[in-house]
Design a protein around this ligand. Structure first.
Ligand code: ATP
Ligand code: MG
Length: 708
């Protein structure tokens, strides 16, 4: 196409156009929120294709699959050929490459990918095996901490001792045991024929650095473009550099002031180091904010200006006018829920449909009461972030069944699936796996320990030899032997185990992912209905997965994609009719980055939440918390409201349902409030001055003492 046909380039301003059409060498767009970085990147993809670069030689890396899909849709609207551009997250691209090179990496062809929950379970198993689990009150770190520590170490590519000293000083006394456990974890995954999410990046890097494979990999792309570069971690930087090292041209865009993934070892330093990592980088900055109006940006700038690190990028609005943000003090979270729901309805009456509005929050619990209120007023909403859709037990069970249909040797999946059988808990599931592998438990008294030991044998390499099909077929018999020997499993449990296995065998012999998923859904649905009071709703989740499976081509790839880039809500999987409906978005701020809405409500802006108590330690942590609020504020196109419930639920783990009385976030300084319309508490007869009087003191009204 000739330049004169590319009228879409005229929609960009001069700097954006220069970036979109840059040629020869690395490019970094380092610019503030809403300045059109993502827009420019989409246009650049289209421009490259229009310049004749084959679309399959362009790689677009984004933070979520949804982002990649949307960006490629936008590029395709400009230049149809752009639809064949390869787009996805670092993890999903890594998975493609690792699959292609599985044998070079020593992986079996049907290797499975553990999600974070599975990885934590394997670590937990090793912890118990190593004898760190049994003693009550043992201070040995639990599985969540272990996984966090492991993942941070790998992703930051930093020595374990350093990561412990910096982030987990209280586990230092166990450092050697932890290090041994992590080594064992590597061995065990290899025996199991599985890898975890971190391994995907490590393996991609190993491929990229290989003398033979590396150059071939890099030479398959002419361009790699990366959005949200401020949130990459050390491993991802290595990957970008490896690609760039072989002549593939790298374009990165991001805003160091929106870095909010430090807790996952990302570092804004990487984006600032980009020019030194990539020689000859052209740095483009963008000045105009096209998203918000100036009053919103004034408040956001005032939040940013408090940062301990200099903030040179004051945002300037391109659009005129606008209204000042609102800061509203409320008595409690119930009042907050009512206020937000009313405002949402009011905006809808004034012509803003629900899709143009969002409620943002720090953690997914912040919306508990609001969700009830929305139900009550029949306001449809979709929630993003927080407890991921795939982490819900019934969905995990379904995914485990799908994985087993691929690979009968996946004992992590067996562990879940066996627990669907009536009467089988975790300990018996472990034992059953041991028995299925032919290991006979010796001492019925030592149930738990034996369970762990036989689980380990069940997972051993020799057991995997007869893995796959033979194994799956042998399961009913093995289980039967076990029932007989034990006489603990009633007949109806036997029947439910048989049904599960029969469905698995049907699914295994079926190659169409949709039909396969249907067979497994049919056996799971009655169990789900029987197990949960809201079973019918949960079965709808299964149906959406089935519908998504019908659209996939390859069953293995379908399951892997689910693990690699989990849908954040059932809406991500939904069919178009559902998406046509109007609904409000409720989202964690982390899941809202890069997005925008006309009307944005930020919940629970009190101290203890912004910053969170747990993250109020170092000034770097506090800065990250400040950036989080900044990201939330800069999502707003027209109106921004922030709420401070004075009485709120305290939900740190371990304290149930205590109330706190709080102050507004320390980030709402006088300068910030000076940019806002502030509504103080309306007069409360119980608290006439409207000021919080008690600070986090709990009055005991529990009758427990009576029961001694
Ligand atoms: P973030 O930092 O939040 O990811 P961003 O820099 O990626 O923001 P975009 O999402 O690309 O910004 O753009 C923000 C808004 O500005 C979008 O609605 C986009 O359509 C609009 N926009 C971008 N560039 C222009 C332009 N040159 N003229 C008019 N509108 C623009
Ligand atoms: Mg963006």
């Amino acid at each position: 196409a000739g330049t004169n046909e590319r009228h879409w380039l005229d929609e960009l301003n001069e700097q954006q156009r220069a970036a979109a059409t840059h040629r020869g060498g690395p490019l970094l767009i380092l610019a503030g929120a809403g300045t059109g970085k993502t827009t420019t990147l989409c246009t650049r993809v289209a421009w490259l294709v229009s310049e004749g670069i084959p679309s399959e030689r362009i790689l677009l890396l984004t933070f979520t699959r949804r982002a990649a899909r949307e960006m490629l849709q936008r590029a395709r609207a400009l230049v149809p050929g752009s639809s064949r551009v390869l787009g996805g997250t670092f993890h999903s691209v890594a998975h493609r490459l690792v699959r292609r090179h599985a044998s070079a990496l020593g992986l079996p062809p049907g290797f499975g990918v553990l999600d974070a929950g599975d990885a934590a379970d394997v670590l937990d198993l090793l912890r118990v095996e190593a004898g760190h689990g049994s003693a009550r009150g043992s201070r040995f770190p639990k599985k969540g901490t272990l996984l966090d520590l492991y993942s941070r170490t790998v992703n930051a590519q930093a020595p374990l001792s350093g990561v412990i000293a910096e982030h987990f000083p209280w586990v230092d006394e166990h450092r050697e045991a932890i290090s041994a456990l992590f080594r064992e974890y590597t061995v065990r995954k290899r025996e199991l024929g599985v890898i975890d999410l971190d391994d995907l990046l490590l393996m991609w890097r190993a491929l990229a650095r290989d003398e033979v494979i590396g150059p071939r990999l890099a030479s398959s792309f002419d361009h790699v473009l990366i959005d949200e570069y401020q949130d990459v971690n050390g491993l991802q930087v290595d990957l970008a550099r490896a690609l760039g090292g072989y002549g593939c041209e790298v374009t990165a865009v991001g805003d160091d002031f929106q870095a909010i993934y430090g807790f996952r070892s990302a570092s804004a330093a990487h984006i600032l180091d980009f020019p030194s990592h990539f020689e000859g980088t052209r740095v483009v900055t963008l000045e105009h904010n096209y998203r918000s109006t100036q009053p919103v940006l004034d408040a956001a700038n005032a939040v940013a200006a408090q940062a301990s690190r200099a903030f040179p990028k004051r945002l300037r609005a391109d659009r005129p006018g606008g209204v000042r943000p609102r800061v509203v003090w409320l008595r409690d979270e119930g009042a907050q829920a009512e206020e937000v729901a009313s405002r949402v309805l009011e905006a809808r009456e004034n012509g803003s449909d629900l899709r143009s509005q969002a409620v943002l929050m720090r953690t997914s619990h912040d919306s508990d009461l609001l969700e009830l209120e929305l139900h009550r007023r029949r306001i449809p909403f979709v929630k993003y972030g927080g407890l991921k859709y795939l982490e819900a037990a019934h969905v995990k069970d379904f995914v485990a069944l799908l994985r087993l249909a691929d690979n009968g040797a996946d004992d992590i999946a067996w562990f879940r699936v066996l627990q669907l059988v009536e009467g089988l808990g975790p300990a018996s599931a472990r034992k059953a796996i041991g028995l299925m592998a032919g290991a006979e438990p010796a001492d019925p008294e030592a149930e738990l320990e034996e369970g762990a030991a036989s689980f380990r044998r069940g997972l051993s390499a020799s057991a995997r030899e007869e893995a796959g099909e033979g194994r799956l077929a042998a399961v009913p018999d093995r289980l039967a032997e076990w029932y007989t020997a034990r006489q603990v499993i009633p007949e109806r449990a036997r029947a439910s185990a048989d049904e599960l296995v029969a469905a698995l065998i049907v699914a295994r012999d079926e190659q169409r992912p949709g039909v396969r998923a249907e067979a497994l859904r049919d056996v799971l649905a009655p169990l789900v209905k029987a197990r949960y009071p809201d079973g019918a709703v949960r079965v709808e989740d299964l149906d959406q997965l089935v519908a998504a499976a019908h659209q996939a081509n390859d069953p293995r790839h379908f399951v892997a994609e689910l693990v690699l880039d989990p849908p954040q809500s059932s809406a991500d999987l939904a069919q178009p009719p559902h998406l046509d409906e109007d609904y409000l978005t409720i989202s964690t701020i982390h899941s809202a980055k890069g997005l925008e809405w006309d009307h944005v409500h930020v919940l629970a802006v009190y101290d203890g939440n912004f910053p969170a108590c747990m993250s109020a330690g170092t000034s770097e942590q506090i800065d990250e918390e400040r950036r989080l609020l900044y990201v939330a504020m800069t999502r707003a196109r027209r109106t921004l409201s922030m709420y401070v419930p004075v009485r709120y639920h305290h939900r740190p783990r371990g304290i149930d349902d205590a109330h706190g009385y709080g102050k507004a976030s320390r980030f709402l300084t006088d300068e910030v409030l000076g940019c806002c319309d502030v509504t103080r508490l309306p007069d409360d007869p119980l608290n006439p001055r409207g000021a919080p009087v008690v600070t986090a003191r709990r009055l005991s009204v529990s009758p427990d003492a009576l029961f001694d």
